[in-house]
Design a protein around this ligand. Sequence first.
Ligand code: SF4
Ligand code: SF4
Length: 256
Amino acid sequence: MSEGSKVRELIISTIEGAVESSPDETTYRKPLVGFARSQDPIWKRLRLEVEPTHLMPEELLPGAKSAVAFFIPFSKEIVRANREGEAMAPSWGKGYIELNNLINSITAEVAEKLKALGVNSAAQPSTHNWNSETLVSRWSHRSIAYICGLGSFGLNRLLITDSGCAGRCGSFVIDAELEPTPRENKERCLYLRDGSCKICVNSCPVGALTIEGEGRCADIDKHGKCYPRLLSNEEWSGADACGKCICSGPCALKGA
Ligand code: SF4
Ligand code: SF4
């Protein structure tokens, strides 16, 4: 087995093992893992399309050669619980906190194992790494997951993977060369495929998502509507989460 394949296997088995043996009350489905080269020209698009100050892999880790992204999907029970009513399901709020912590611990565990092989890595926290004024992150895990071939964006602005969008992404960079995961040209959102669905937009309890703009994804009123909703949920649940636009549609559990 080549050095690159060994590193790849170690990363995949560590992520899968950590999810399988997680002591969390929250339950998960099998994670997806993807890889990309740090020299892929697509990285430049992040600055044009996502955030002009978005970090490049070499800024996170000098000498970075590859990026790794993983997506951990929530179990069906948690997703279905959060479809009910206008209020966030307590299990979704708990899941948001537990999964963010799990992603951070996975990233740390992988880093330690890679170090033993002489491979360096660097990561950003699973969440709350955004600018408090713009609410935009300089390291978007979901965009890295797109670059690493894990899915395509839907109307709800989320990455829809083959296991849906109801989960969370983690990512990190390493200074070893890995075979990239091909990015499939596959439309996983029904609205973007044939104009149907729009369930995500209609399920937002505060009307934060609109489709008047020309973009591929819905426009979001983050400051005026979405973030205040997350903060009000945090008051009673401890989680600045909501997830109605994630859980309600057919893309929650699988790519259409
Ligand atoms: S997270 Fe909640 S408030 Fe924010 S856009 Fe989605 S459904 Fe609306
Ligand atoms: S709920 Fe429907 S329209 Fe919204 S992202 Fe999912 S598939 Fe697309």
